[in-house]
Design a protein around this ligand. Structure first.
Ligand code: GAR
Length: 205
């Protein structure tokens, strides 16, 4: 079994989708070992607790505003739990640089748009859907990609498209795209897990 850590800041519907995929046997060979959130009151932490999964609140503030302290603590927690794969499921912070280096090719993020469009700093949650509607796009969707040092960069693993209707509000579009995210994030994790299990390189550089 490969050990998965999910980082989430908010509601945690993508975390729930990962959990359900494992429970339903759609996501195989992976155990949801750890949930980490920068927000102690997040739905993600509450969900982890309800499912008896280790849920850890970890933030810069908790590490005395010391970025190196946060980096060391994040690495320590991941190493102790023998984590193989990291999924960012609505995680609104950057992972510390050493974490990205150590787990490179084993970290996936889900983004609620068709990257490389509508990504980058400040492009999260409803902001993304507002920008898509303002740009009068006819299509949007969701992307699952490898995580690199900058927000929403890194090789794309999967994307699924949907229509944007004239009557769409950011909230309606978010709802449609969340359904896509809930399908493709577990699929992206499965692709990485299969590559690790078959001992093939997880990323082509
Ligand atoms: C999701 O739509 C996810 O794609 C987005 O935050 C939401 C979290 O929802 N992430 C980003 O925008 C990252 N740039 P959830 O807490 O219900 O999973």
């Amino acid at each position: 079994m490969l050990h998965l850590a999910v980082f989430a800041s908010g509601h945690g519907s993508n975390l729930e989708a990962i959990y359900n995929s494992i429970e339903n046997g759609l996501l195989k060979g992976v155990e949801l070992t750890l949930v980490i959130s920068n927000n102690s009151t997040s739905g993600a932490i509450a969900f982890a607790k309800a499912k008896h999964i280790s849920g850890i609140h970890l933030s810069l503030l908790k590490c005395n505003n010391d970025p190196k302290g946060l980096e060391d603590e994040t690495l320590r927690i991941l190493e102790n739990a023998k984590i193989d794969i990291i999924a960012l499921a609505g995680y609104m912070k950057k992972l510390p640089a050493e974490v990205i280096t150590k787990y490179r090719g084993r970290i996936v993020n889900v983004h609620p748009a068709l990257l490389p469009e509508f990504g980058g700093e400040g492009m999260y949650g409803l902001n993304v859907h507002k920008a898509v509607i303002a740009a009068q796009k006819k299509h949007s969707g969701a992307s699952v990609h490898f995580v690199e040092g900058e927000y929403d960069t890194g090789k794309i693993i999967l994307q699924e498209f949907c229509s944007v209707f004239e009557t769409d509000t950011p909230e309606l579009l978010a709802e449609r795209i969340k359904k896509i995210e809930h399908r493709i994030l577990p699929l992206g994790i499965q692709i990485i897990a299969d590559k690790i299990s078959n001992k093939v390189p997880v990323i082509n550089t």
